[in-house]
Ligand binder design. Structure first.
Ligand SMILES: *[C@@H]1O[C@H](CO)[C@@H](O)[C@H](O)[C@H]1NC(C)=O
Ligand SMILES: *[C@@H]1O[C@H](CO)[C@@H](O)[C@H](O)[C@H]1NC(C)=O
Ligand SMILES: *[C@@H]1O[C@H](CO)[C@@H](O)[C@H](O)[C@H]1NC(C)=O
Ligand SMILES: *[C@@H]1O[C@H](CO)[C@@H](O)[C@H](O)[C@H]1NC(C)=O
Length: 374
């Protein structure tokens, strides 16, 4: 403190340092004497000015991250400013036969329409001949006109990258097995850092580019929330391609008791993977038929709101067993016996939405593949 040992004038109330200083000689400390000269109001003004300048600097740096970088070089920037090289990430579809081909093309169309930034890949059997040019003569020379047209539409209109693969061998017999294992070849696409594998019997409502920013992990999957036991769903798999993981997965496909792709992924990763939230990444179309939504909502406390459930969903899997999949024509009776029962009422929002999901699927199928049903 620069107060003289025995000030003879009271400091309180209106007494001002400047007046006080005139009566007493300066104690000799430069700052003190300066304060004594400019007076309390001067110090106050200067302080206010300094605070204003500080605010201005903070405001400007908030506006300009590069300015912030100059001042504080190692501050991590806001997530929106992270530069993502999208060529390292891709959505991936595996096609083993023609039945599911149009579904995959529809997924490619939806991602293209949604403006997905990451690449889109379609893995297809390497014995399919896909012409480089899409002129009619080249197309006509292929074995299967329709198949070729669909593949070319995905490549040329929806900007999908076509990657030929050898359909996983060692899985004799049941084609469903072969189909489900082929999805796992995604681990072998090491030209990418992150892949999002989506089952094709589904509706993509919007892109899911943000998933490619998930912290690194061999696998990230949502829970199969509709099941009694804790199990991860392979309908949506975010994976990091690597030779190591591909070999682990492949080793299990050669064992007869390892089950389907979903079982293999659970065996290997259930205790170590990142769990993606099934809201919004993996809803079932059947959720709109269910009476009890506790599993989907994750608690008994939240109130089911069908409008919100539809709005939040980014990917809805078509699962309405025993109703047929949406690309197969279902009889009116089949639809009536499966549709949401509206709690006995004549109509409800759930039924409207559920029917619209199926109608939308067949309208898109007609537009993209030229036919509503197989
Ligand atoms: C993105 O990555 C690719 C492949 O590694 C590279 O060729 C390309 O220059 C990168 N693009 C940018 C903008 O960094
Ligand atoms: C995995 O990728 C490599 C390199 O592209 C390829 O040579 C190999 O045949 C692929 N393996 C399988 C089982 O697809
Ligand atoms: C709804 O499902 C949950 C989870 O399966 C169960 O605990 C709960 O009792 C069910 N509620 C009703 C009203 O049936
Ligand atoms: C569902 O939520 C929407 C908006 O979030 C609201 O307008 C609507 O009233 C809600 N519906 C019900 C049945 O509470």
């Amino acid at each position: 403190m620069c107060v003289p040992a025995r000030p003879s004038v009271s400091w309180t109330r209106t007494t001002r340092i400047s007046r006080w200083s005139r009566r007493f000689p300066s104690p000799g400390w430069p700052v003190c004497s300066w304060i004594l000269e400019v007076g309390v109001s001067g110090v106050f003004l200067l302080g206010t000015a300094l605070i204003l300048v500080l605010f201005l600097v903070v405001y400007l740096t908030a506006l300009s991250p590069s300015l912030l970088k100059l001042i504080v070089p190692h501050v991590p920037l806001h997530i929106n400013n992270i530069r993502v090289n999208w060529t390292h990430s891709a959505y991936i579809q595996s096609i083993t036969n023609q039945n599911y081909l149009c579904n995959s093309v529809m997924i490619m169309e939806a991602l293209h329409r949604a403006g997905a930034k990451a690449d889109r890949i379609m893995m297809y059997p390497d014995h399919w001949h896909i012409p480089k040019a899409s002129d009619s003569r080249a197309v006509e020379e292929t074995q299967d006109l329709q198949r070729t047209e669909w593949m070319l539409r995905a490549r040329d209109e929806y900007k999908a990258k076509l990657v030929p693969i050898r359909v996983l061998s060692g899985t004799q017999g049941d084609p469903t097995w072969r189909d489900s294992f082929t999805k796992l070849i995604a681990f072998n696409q090491t030209q990418y850092k992150r892949l999002l594998s989506l089952d094709s019997d589904a509706t993509v409502m919007t892109h899911m580019d943000e998933l490619f920013l998930t912290p690194s992990s061999p696998v990230a999957m949502p829970r199969a929330y509709w099941l009694d036991q804790s199990f991860l769903s392979s309908q949506v798999v975010l994976l990091t391609p690597s030779q190591f993981d591909f070999q682990r997965v492949q080793a299990l496909t050669h064992q007869s008791d390892s089950g389907f792709d979903m079982d293999i992924l659970n065996t290997l990763y259930k205790d170590s993977c990142i769990v993606l939230p099934h809201r919004p990444y993996n809803a079932l179309s059947a959720e709109f038929r269910f009476v009890n939504h506790t599993r989907y909502l994750g608690s008994e406390d939240e109130v089911w709101n069908v409008t919100n459930a539809l709005a939040e969903a980014k990917y809805t899997h078509s699962s309405d067993c025993p109703k047929r999949k949406p690309w197969l024509r279902a009889s009116e009776g089949e639809v009536r016996s499966t549709q949401p029962d509206c709690g006995g009422n004549e109509a409800c929002e759930e039924r409207k939405i559920w029917l619209e999901l199926y109608l939308d699927f067949s309208r898109r199928r007609e537009r993209i593949c030229g036919q509503k049903y197989d």
